[in-house]
Design a binder for this molecule. Structure first.
Ligand code: GLC
Length: 581
């Protein structure tokens, strides 16, 4: 009889032979869809995929992606093995910060579609077992939001206190030295009422006053609105910035200047204030009242592991999946440092579920941060294996599965991101990681039929695109697809324990995953160096009796799929995922 792991391998090989193209085909029944796990909420086993809607697929030929474009690619996502998508903001917005400046929380910007389009997206996604997670921008609105328009209209307006208004320190002098994340003072003077309003981000993104109970109620209503429309949860934007010191203490000044030419400050009085956690608990108790285990994912670049741990809440009653920026932004392939970071979050005292990602719409793609210019394709596979084989819930970003790279504008006139315009040339902004998805080698890489797309399609699209990679067994795409399939199929990878082995190895990050009942061990070995490595494994001390390795997936593929535990050879940046038998 075949062991479960061997039958998995065969299922995977069959699945690969029949890889379905993305266009015009019904979703193939993915043989590796996760079994439902009694007792575990879905988000512990899900592979989550971030969609940047402007750049995913344009269905109406205006050069900007939209909701119907996303719906038209659900079969592709299903085929890849995605369980949930997080879509960045599609709400009405002047698009100063491309949707992170919301003018109305309970509608859609017509350029992305209508409520009916959204209902269709959610129901089509549901048919394919894909959940839809909304972006929840809690810290600030757009200055075009009706709430802010009222607030700024007069000092006596009932919504005045919905935002943070203060007197300056004299003519032209802001209330204190707080700085915007996007450069320069965090205060802007408003002639009409003679006061300054506070904005952690851009001038057009005034901060809400979360100390005001009416604001809290209005923002909790937004959560209810989207849960009632079928949202499976929320990715909460910039959550650590919700509160500021009411006494307006100046932030400490650090040596040097930042990318915007301002003094470097430490955001001591505007970031990570303890009050944030009261709000997180309130949000959690709200979503917990809904069926289907809605999830809260936090965006917060927590400075220490202790701060990250706090996001789970003292009784696991805050965020279920806090993003781990330390892992995402290590920015070098270092086995000892990844080992340390993985341990830190894996063994958090609350046993909260770790949440890893490497790419998103705010930072250069891994191709450019982790690639060495020589082995980039191999490193892309290594990063995929790292993301998708630890115990953490993984989050992907559109295009990483085909090896998309960061394509930064070369002239300031072409920059769309406000950060790039303020920070040029030191900080060229985030356009580079937001370029259109590369579907095929037709004009605009199959993203749009428009004469001009909102951001240009990178030249690498000719080689790195879905259509080409789907049929190449050695492509980055097929590597992702296979690791995801393994993660779904094999209990040890899906929900098993994690422990690092060969802890002193300077180059090879290796870890053991075991199913919940301690059986079916899987070993993952990632050579993070540009040299070939030969590794020996002694797993007895980890309660594993097996004496040989059965290769489930490797890159490059070894000649023999049965290996001994000693003398395991790994090519430069080589990946091995193997059952210990
Ligand atoms: C978050 C978003 C980013 C946005 C900022 C302000 O960091 O990910 O894109 O610019 O918040 O909303």
């Amino acid at each position: 009889m075949l062991t479960p792991l061997r039958s998995t391998l065969i299922v995977m090989l069959l699945a690969f032979a029949g890889t379905a193209p993305f266009s015009g085909q019904e979703a193939t029944q993915n043989p590796t869809t996760p079994q439902s796990q009694p007792g575990d909420p879905w988000w512990k086993h899900a592979v989550i995929y971030e969609v940047y809607p402007r750049s995913f697929r344009d269905s109406n030929g205006d050069g900007v992606g939209d909701m119907n474009g996303i719906t038209s690619r659900l079969d592709y996502l299903k085929d890849l093995g995605i369980d949930a998508i997080w879509i960045t903001p599609m709400y009405p917005s002047p698009q100063i910060d491309f949707g992170y400046d919301i003018a109305n929380y309970e509608a859609f910007d017509p350029q992305y579609g209508t409520m009916a389009d959204f209902d269709r997206l959610v129901s089509e996604a549901k048919k394919r077992n894909i959940r839809v997670i909304m972006d929840y921008v809690a810290n600030h609105t757009s200055d075009q939001n009706a709430w802010f328009q009222e607030s700024r209209s007069s000092r006596a307006n009932p919504k005045r206190d919905w935002y943070i208004w203060r007197d300056g320190k004299g003519r032209g002098k802001p209330p204190n030295n707080w700085q915007s994340w996007f450069g320069h003072s965090a205060w802007t003077f408003d002639e009409k009422t003679g006061q300054w309003y506070y904005h952690y981000f851009y001038v057009q993104q005034p901060d809400l006053n979360w100390r005001n109970p009416e604001v809290r109620k209005a923002m909790y209503d937004v959560l209810r609105f989207w849960l009632d429309h079928g949202a499976a949860g929320f990715r909460i934007d910039a959550i650590s910035r919700l509160f500021e010191d009411p006494n307006l203490h100046d932030d400490p000044i650090l040596p040097g200047k930042n990318a915007f030419g301002d003094p470097n400050i430490q955001h001591k009085y505007t970031d990570d204030l303890p009050e944030v956690h009261d709000v997180l608990r309130e949000m959690r108790s709200l979503v917990d009242r809904y069926p289907g285990d809605p999830v809260l994912i936090s965006e917060a670049d927590e400075p220490t592991i202790q701060d990250l741990d706090k996001m789970y809440g003292p009784n696991n009653d805050e965020i279920q999946l806090p993003m781990d920026f330390k892992v995402a932004d290590l920015n070098k392939l270092s086995a000892p440092e990844f080992r340390r970071l993985l341990d830190e979050i894996e063994f958090n005292p609350l046993e909260g579920q770790p949440y890893f990602f490497f790419n998103n719409h705010d930072q250069a793609r891994t191709w450019d941060r982790y690639g060495d210019g020589v082995h980039n394709e191999q490193i892309a596979k290594l990063m995929a294996a790292l993301l998708l084989t630890t115990h953490a819930t993984p989050q992907m970003y559109y295009g990483e599965e085909i090896g998309m790279r960061t394509t930064v504008p070369t002239r300031i006139e072409d920059v769309k991101d406000p950060v790039g315009r303020t920070g040029w040339p030191k900080d060229k902004g985030r356009d580079g990681e937001r370029t259109p998805m590369q579907w095929d080698k037709s004009p605009n890489a199959g993203f749009s039929t428009a004469p001009k797309t909102w951001l240009p399609v990178p030249p690498s699209a000719a080689q790195y695109n879905v259509a080409a990679e789907q049929y190449d067994p050695n492509s980055i795409f097929n590597f992702y697809k296979h690791v995801i399939a393994l993660r779904h199929e094999i209990s040890a990878l899906r929900d098993g324990s994690y422990v690092a082995v060969n802890r002193d190895d300077p180059n090879v990050l290796a870890y053991l995953r075991k199913a919940k009942n301690g059986t079916d061990p899987v070993l993952v070995a990632l050579n993070m160096s540009a040299q070939p490595e030969t590794v020996n494994f002694t797993l007895k001390g980890f309660g594993v009796d097996g004496k040989s390795l059965h290769v489930l997936l490797a890159a490059p593929q070894p000649a023999n799929s049965e290996l001994s535990l000693t003398g395991v050879k790994l090519e430069p940046f080589g990946v091995l995922i193997a059952a210990v038998e």
